[in-house]
Every structure is written in structure tokens, then in C-alpha cells.
Write a protein that binds this ligand. Structure first.
Ligand code: SF4
Length: 211
């Protein structure tokens, strides 16, 4: 591990303790390989799995790892029409496991997410039996305010580039607090605790993932 990774590893036990205070479970891994192996061991065969759009989940190797296993994969990309998407959402909220990342997370254990449609943060708050959150060390911040600043000026502009949408941040590279039709910033959700002990599990890795 390099010095940044060693520093994050040193912070991890405190983060896990802070997540526990908030009824969430935290797990730390030195690399994505060991994280993905452990995540698979926590999902029983036959489970239904769905996910919110996340570069972190893809980059970690988890999306590849769940293919061709004894899981029921609920892929929202197969829903093409508004009716199909609505029907899919009904299935997604009943899934056993929801995979996502968090746009930012404080060392104190608060999850910070900003969403366009809201399906991701809705499933985080309620619905799927368990929520598995995959986060690289680049997502950790000192405060909720730092997290929102990070999302508005790093995560959302990069996401807009990925999606090819037209917003002020697609031109400026930073947030202009727009109300554009293409905005990916409709809902800001701070998860300060879970009402269901252990439902939200945070998998932290000493690598950079997503943005
Ligand atoms: S400019 Fe609009 S879409 Fe871009 S980060 Fe700000 S609110 Fe979100």
C-alpha cells in the first residue's frame, strides 16, 4: 500500500465504529479482489440482485463477478418504455440485495447522495432487503458540506460527461445549481442512520473507485 492507502487503512476502524453507531455495518479491504470475494460470500445463492448506476461497482469487478452465478439479476437497462421502467422499479424494491456506491461518505459515517430520478436513493432508504454500498477511499470527506461540495464539483460534472447530458456543469466543469431538464441533481439525501440494523452494509476499499 502507498502512504495514502496506509492512512485510509488507519482511519477504517474508526469509520466502522461510527457506522455501527448509525445501525450500519462497515467492512474494510486492502484491495478490490478481496472485497469482491467477501461480498459474494455474503450473498446467498438464489438471491435477487439489482443495482443503481455506479462506476464504482463496475470498476471494483463486482458486476462481472455476479454474472453467471446462482443469482437472479434484475437489470433495469432491459426496461425501454416508461411502463416497463415502472414495472421494473416495482421488482427492484423487492430485491434481496441492492448494489450502489455513495457519492460521498464522511469519516463520521454519514452517507451523502445526490440523485436525478431518485430511484437509487429511494432504494437506499427503503425497499430492498439489504443495501451493499461499495466505496473507494476517494469518496471519504470530513463533513456533509465537504461531501456536497465534492458531489457538485467532481462527481456530478463527471457523471454528466459520462451521460452526455447538457447542463451548465457540462460546460463549466463545476456546479451552477441549475434547473436544467438534464440535471442529475434533484434529490439530496443524507443518511445519518438506518432504522433497520445491519440492512445497509458499507464496503470500503483502499483504492480509488468511480468519482
Ligand atoms: S450544474 Fe446542474 S447538473 Fe451540474 S452539478 Fe450543478 S445542479 Fe447538478
Amino acid at each position: 500500500m502507498n502512504n495514502l492507502q496506509k492512512a485510509f487503512a488507519a482511519a477504517a476502524p474508526g469509520i466502522i465504529m461510527n457506522l455501527q453507531r448509525r445501525n450500519m455495518e462497515g467492512y474494510f479491504y486492502k484491495d478490490c479482489k478481496s472485497m469482491v470475494e467477501d461480498i459474494l460470500s455474503k450473498i446467498p445463492a438464489g438471491s435477487s440482485i439489482t443495482w443503481g448506476g455506479s462506476e464504482s461497482v463496475i470498476e471494483s469487478g463486482l458486476m462481472d463477478a455476479i454474472q453467471n452465478k446462482d443469482y437472479i439479476l434484475l437489470d433495469r437497462s432491459i426496461a425501454k418504455t416508461p411502463e416497463e421502467r415502472r414495472a421494473f422499479y416495482g421488482k427492484a424494491v423487492m430485491a434481496d440485495v441492492f448494489l450502489m456506491s455513495s457519492n460521498a461518505i464522511t469519516y463520521d459515517g454519514e452517507l451523502i447522495n445526490i440523485d436525478g430520478n431518485g430511484n437509487r436513493i429511494a432504494c437506499l432508504a427503503q425497499g430492498p432487503k439489504e443495501v451493499f454500498i461499495i466505496v473507494g477511499m476517494n469518496k471519504f470527506v470530513g463533513s456533509v458540506e465537504d461531501g456536497i461540495h465534492r458531489i457538485e464539483n467532481i462527481a456530478a460534472p463527471a457523471n454528466i460527461q459520462r451521460l452526455g447530458k447538457e447542463t451548465p456543469c457540462s460546460v463549466l466543469g463545476k456546479c451552477a445549481h441549475c434547473f436544467a431538464d438534464d440535471s442529475v441533481c434533484s434529490h439530496t439525501v443524507i443518511t445519518r442512520r438506518s432504522s433497520h440494523k445491519g440492512r445497509i452494509k458499507v464496503f470500503m476499499v483502499a483504492e480509488n473507485l468511480g468519482y
